[in-house]
Design a protein around this ligand. Structure first.
Ligand SMILES: [Zn+2]
Length: 72
């Protein structure tokens, strides 16, 4: 009877590890949503939307290109 309890304990231990790993995989998948952090910003001069990483910040305003910075 003790052997059965031991086997059940081992299975429960393995099962617990297997279940515990799943949320970690899911949380890792959520990290992929960081790709959506590329916010689109409207150019103050021409109104064109460009990615935040490519936008140029000048005098507290965002521009799509250096040309628009000069015009603005
Ligand atoms: Zn522009």
């Amino acid at each position: 009877m003790l052997k059965i309890l031991l086997v059940i304990g081992v299975i429960a231990f393995v099962y617990y590890f297997f279940i515990k790993k799943k949320p970690l995989i899911n949380s890792h998948k959520k990290d992929d949503t960081k790709l959506q952090s590329n916010d689109m910003i409207e150019c103050s001069t021409c109104g064109v939307y460009c990615e935040f990483d490519e936008a140029i910040l000048s005098n507290g305003k965002y521009y799509c290109s250096t040309e628009c910075v000069e015009k603005g």
